[in-house]
Every structure is written in C-alpha cells, then in structure tokens.
Design a protein. Structure first.
Length: 69
C-alpha cells in the first residue's frame, strides 16, 4: 500500500490534491482496499476507546490552544 505519489504543482490545490487521492485510491487492488479498510476499522476502535477530554482542556482542543477572551 505504500505506493509512490507524484508530487507536482497539480497537487498543490485542494482540487488537485483531491484528484490525486482519487487516482491513488482507484489504483489500489481489492486486497489493498480491504487491508486499508481493516486498518481504518482498527484505528476507529482505538480512538473510540480513548478517554474523552472534558472541562478546560476541551476549549484548548477546540480552539487549538488559543485563549477564549
């Protein structure tokens, strides 16, 4: 699944980046797609098991560390 990605000016925009992602996804074999799906499911399980942040830390996470003055 670690295929080389062409880097150029055509991928420097949101639209170009999205097209590059689509081309890369379409180039995957069925086995690679299933492996990616399994890895994403495992990641989702790990993230769901993590404790949630509450209280003052929540403001820092949402505001990316900026104060809310």
């Amino acid at each position: 699944m670690n295929r080389a990605v062409e880097v150029g000016w055509e991928t420097a925009t949101w639209e170009g980046s999205r097209h590059a992602q689509l081309r890369a996804a379409l180039a995957l074999t069925v086995r690679e797609r299933l492996q990616a799906l399994q890895e994403l499911a495992e990641l989702a399980e790990r993230l769901a098991a993590m404790p949630r942040v509450q209280g003052q830390n929540t403001k820092q996470v949402r505001g990316w560390g900026r104060s809310s003055r």
